[in-house]
Design a protein around this ligand. Structure first.
Ligand code: B12
Length: 213
């Protein structure tokens, strides 16, 4: 196995075995080996989280293990984040982003926020469990070009529609981009949103297109 493949495997394994120490060392190794943080997140840590999702779906593991796996992923992300956001000039536009009301899943949103910062966007991250009104207030206060919202549950994805409706009501020109497991291109189209985004890897290009278009 090449060094890179071995490091990717360690990142995956760190999440799968909720090994915070391994997450830390593998993340540092990835940076030393010149692996792009986005690549490490999507193809290393992200693959580990896929395993965790599947095991959870199959009831082979339970919430405490998912939480532990999340902690390992967050440790590695905390090492990648400064590198991902370094050199950002914050001149390409402003993106307001958060996880919607009732939903505390924030790993995916954090990955996307870091990638957008790294690509030179001014990112206003409102956190998680954020009411739709707050997205609109932040869009107005910051003259946002794009509003992004993450929802990971079938019960919370409906809040994405409230965001579109409230932006229209406020006549705010920001474009919208939505992600998370229960969202889809069809869903985003049905609520009058502008873009569905399935992964962090595609987020920057999609936001670039929204800002241009
Ligand atoms: C990790 C996890 C947790 C962690 C979250 C830790 C944290 N700090 O975020 C913890 C343990 C806390 C948790 C709690 C719960 N969870 Co949970 N969780 C997951 C799990 C396994 C993985 C999510 C994840 O982090 N993935 C990794 C990231 C990198 O991927 P991602 O989120 O998909 O994001 C990427 C893309 O989707 C996209 N994207 C996402 N959002 C956005 C937004 C924008 C703007 C853009 C551009 C792109 C984008 O880009 C991201 C980066 O690549 C999912 C399973 C799944 N399939 O999603 C269940 C899952 C979402 N959870 C679920 C449930 C039910 C819960 C709980 C209700 C459990 C409980 N009984 O308490 C609670 C939720 C409480 C609440 N009110 O929110 C269910 C939801 C089912 C449903 N109804 O739809 C799932 C689907 C598991 C399952 N199969 O049952 N969970």
């Amino acid at each position: 196995m090449s060094d890179k493949a071995a490091i990717m495997e360690s990142l995956k394994k760190a999440v799968e075995t909720w090994d915070i120490k391994l997450a830390e060392t593998a993340a540092k190794q990835a940076l030393d080996a010149g692996i792009a943080p986005g690549d490490a997140v999507e193809n290393g840590l992200g693959k580990g989280m896929e395993t965790i999702s599947n095991l959870f779906d199959e009831a082979k593991i339970f919430l405490p293990q998912v939480l532990a796996a999340s902690a390992a992923m967050e440790k590695a992300l905390s090492i990648f984040e400064p590198v991902m956001t370094k050199g950002a000039t914050a001149s390409r536009g402003t993106v307001v982003i958060a996880t919607v009301l009732g939903d505390i899943h924030e790993i995916g949103k954090n990955v996307v926020a870091a990638m957008l910062k790294g690509a030179g966007y001014n990112v206003v991250d409102l956190g998680r469990d954020v009411p739709p009104e707050k997205f609109i207030e932040a869009a107005q206060e910051n003259n946002a070009d794009v509003v992004g919202a993450s929802a990971l549950m079938t019960t919370t994805v409906v809040v994405q529609k409230d965001i579109v409706d409230l932006l229209k009501e406020a006549k705010h020109p920001a474009k919208t981009i939505f992600g998370g497991a229960p969202a889809s291109a069809e869903w985003v189209e049905s609520i009058g949103g502008d873009q569905y985004c399935p992964s962090g890897a595609e987020a920057v290009e999609m936001v670039n297109n929204l800002v241009k278009g």
